[in-house]
Design a protein around this ligand. Structure first.
Ligand SMILES: [Zn+2]
Ligand SMILES: [Zn+2]
Length: 80
């Protein structure tokens, strides 16, 4: 079962991690995916997938392979 995918977000205009929502009564060739960055949600075709992201070894969130984790970046950001 696919839990997350990496593809270009139409709103962010760049590749991001999308989390797959389970439990939808939809055909197997599509998924309901939500952008981790802007929370833009929609039905996407499986053929849109670039690749599966990897898990961050620090916080366990999905992140794009080779890039730093956005969740860890938020945690580590100096608070105002
Ligand atoms: Zn987005
Ligand atoms: Zn992380």
């Amino acid at each position: 079962m696919i839990e997350a995918i990496q593809m270009k977000c139409n709103k962010c205009k760049k590749p991001t991690v999308f989390e797959i929502e389970q439990g939808w009564d939809i055909p197997p060739e599509v998924v309901v995916a939500k952008c981790q960055r802007c929370e833009n949600k929609g039905v996407r075709e499986v053929t849109d997938f670039m690749k599966e992201p990897v898990r961050c070894t620090k916080c366990g969130a999905w992140k794009m392979e080779g890039l730093s984790c956005s969740i860890c970046a938020k945690i580590n950001a100096p608070s105002a």
